[in-house]
Design a protein around this ligand. Structure first.
Ligand SMILES: [Zn+2]
Length: 190
């Protein structure tokens, strides 16, 4: 038994032509799948599998929450997520993804493991901004971040150099140098 055996959906055995599955993506699931973007969560999934002409339709409904670092204070924040989508599975020569929602699996396979798809759907359901509600951030951390950001100290030095150039100091050496070398060149020619 592999870690993800329970996420196998049998297709050839789909006798009635319609079958519902349910799964829970918990923190163990996210730890096992070891993806970059999501490590913890609790998402309920239902998958309705239906045999249609030339393919199997899998209809996914997912709802729950995930725990991710807050964009603002970096403390954990629970973000509600939901996802609704469909995948079509067809039999073919070898495994391939025809496009975003059509998967080809080899004829000899009678099932498809959807663990990675479920993980990808969970990632897709993440909002762009992942933050605590206003005022709920970890105060100690956000205060520290505020102290460290402005003013932009790294640029102070280059600003000073630019200012010297503007006043004409930066170029003086090279100018005089140039004219001196010009004279020497003249002498050499003579
Ligand atoms: Zn926060």
């Amino acid at each position: 038994m592999g870690k993800f055996d329970q996420y196998k959906i049998s297709l050839k055995g789909l006798s009635s032509g319609l079958q519902d599955y349910s799964f829970v993506l918990d923190s163990k699931f996210f730890a096992d799948i070891d993806g970059e973007e999501l490590q913890r969560g609790d998402i309920k999934v239902t998958v309705a599998v239906k045999k249609i002409t030339g393919a199997f339709e899998m209809k996914f409904q997912m709802a729950g929450e995930v725990k991710v670092p807050c964009d603002r204070c970096l403390d954990d924040v629970d973000i509600p997520v939901s996802y609704d989508g469909k995948l079509y599975v067809k039999f073919g020569k070898s495994y391939s993804e025809e496009n975003d929602d059509v998967i080809i699996i080899p004829e000899e396979d009678d099932s498809i493991n959807i663990a990675w798809f479920l993980y990808e759907f969970a990632v897709l359901s993440l909002p762009m901004k992942r933050m605590h509600p206003p005022g709920k951030c970890n105060k100690a951390v956000s205060a520290k971040l505020k102290r460290h950001s402005p003013p932009n100290k790294d640029n102070d030095e280059s600003d000073e150099i630019e200012l010297l150039d503007d006043l004409g100091f930066g170029d003086e050496d090279t100018k005089t140098g140039d004219s001196r070398w010009d004279k020497l060149r003249d002498i050499d020619i003579e």
